[in-house]
Design a protein around this ligand. Structure first.
Ligand SMILES: NC(=O)c1ccc[n+]([C@@H]2O[C@H](COP(=O)([O-])OP(=O)(O)OC[C@H]3O[C@@H](n4cnc5c(N)ncnc54)[C@H](O)[C@@H]3O)[C@@H](O)[C@H]2O)c1
Ligand SMILES: C[C@@H](O)[C@H](N)C(=O)O
Length: 314
């Protein structure tokens, strides 16, 4: 799942540290030219066990980062496919990791909590009864990975990401996607129609903090980890709060609210804040971006991309 919102940037960060040739990106989609030119890419379907095994053996893979998934909103629209990719795909990856002594990183999400979980803040360990196929598959992933760690010593690591905000790759159909779209709308039409209520507070994170957390966590010596699944947090905001912050740069931004019942119900069942004190204590997690920095950076990056598109470098 390396060509989604998160994979390309993570590969870029890992390649800087470990060398371009030592990090293989894979997906079932065709990579855009800048990705094909930046390092090895292979086709890999997480549902094709034999082919994945061949890739792992032939390339002497040691670490596997498993990003393929259908996200929350898309998953609700296609439960059978989400079950296949998010659960059968995960089983393939877990089996391959055990068979080939791989170390394994699998992300989880704020969506792994549900209406009966404590919401403000949600701690690492509490009731988890999510009501989406996405959340159910993520809790299953957390439990399977931890089970295989305790039973067979699998080096399984999992971070629960907040909604991730980025410029370069569009998000893949989640409940938090409005928080990316609002920046593009603010700079193009000056108007955003939000599918969540104005007061819907959710945990969010700038993509560079998300990538850095992932790499730092993967590099942490095992003896420092008291858990295998950690919450990580940076900020929590509502649509109205992010709009207010954008108005400091673009005073004419208007926002109308037209809640979509599927995504609003999902958002209302998720934590409004994450308690990430265990990650801070065990492996020194600390975010760099708060709301102010996030908004400045997003607006600057979108403007820069537009300029580069208009005046491409030869
Ligand atoms: N983006 C976020 O806000 C966020 C937040 C929390 C957790 N996560 C988790 O991080 C991971 C990556 O998320 P993302 O935002 O990049 O997702 P995304 O939807 O943008 O990308 C998912 C990728 O998986 C690929 N894929 C789909 N079916 C596949 C298959 N059968 N085999 C191989 N690849 C397949 C898709 O082509 C796509 O490129 C996911 O596990 C997601 O649950 C993301
Ligand atoms: C929160 C996260 O898992 C994803 N962005 C979603 O909304 O589904």
């Amino acid at each position: 799942g390396g060509l989604g919102q998160l994979g390309v940037g993570l590969a870029e960060m890992l390649r800087k540290q470990y060398g371009a040739e030592n990090v293989i990106l894979s997906d079932i989609k065709k990579p855009p030219p800048h990705v094909s030119n930046s390092g090895p890419f292979v086709y890999a379907d997480v549902l094709d066990y034999r082919h994945l095994r061949e890739l792992i053996v032939n390339n002497r893979v040691t670490w596997l980062v498993h990003y393929s998934a259908l996200l929350s909103a898309v998953g609700e629209a296609n439960v059978a496919l989400a079950r296949k990719i998010n659960i059968t795909g995960l089983h393939n990856v877990l089996d391959l990791a055990l068979e080939n002594c791989l170390r394994l990183f699998v992300p989880s999400t704020i969506g792994a909590f549900g209406p009966s979980s404590p919401r403000d803040p949600a701690p690492d360990l509490c009731v988890q009864r999510p009501r989406t196929i996405y959340g159910v598959s993520k809790v299953h992933g957390e439990l399977m990975g931890e089970y295989l760690h305790h039973k067979y010593g699998l080096d399984f690591r999992c971070l629960r990401y907040p909604g991730v905000i980025s410029v370069n790759t569009p998000p893949g159909g989640g409940t938090t996607d409005y928080a990316v779209q609002i920046f593009h709308d603010a700079l193009s039409t000056g108007h955003h129609e939000c599918y969540l209520r104005a007061d819907t507070r959710l945990p969010m994170m700038h993509i560079s903090d998300c990538h850095r957390a992932t790499v730092e966590f993967m590099q942490t010596p095992e003896c420092q980890l008291s858990l295998r699944t950690y919450n990580i947090a940076a900020m929590s905001f509502t649509p109205e709060e992010v709009a207010q912050e954008i108005r400091k740069h673009l005073p004419h931004l208007t926002v109308t609210y037209n809640p979509d019942s599927v995504r609003q119900t999902i958002a209302d069942s998720w934590p409004v804040r994450f308690d990430d004190s265990n990650a801070r204590r065990d492996w020194g997690w600390a975010p760099v971006f708060g709301l102010e920095e996030l908004v400045s950076d997003m607006l600057m990056s979108i403007r820069e991309n537009k300029t580069n598109e208009a005046f491409p470098k030869s």
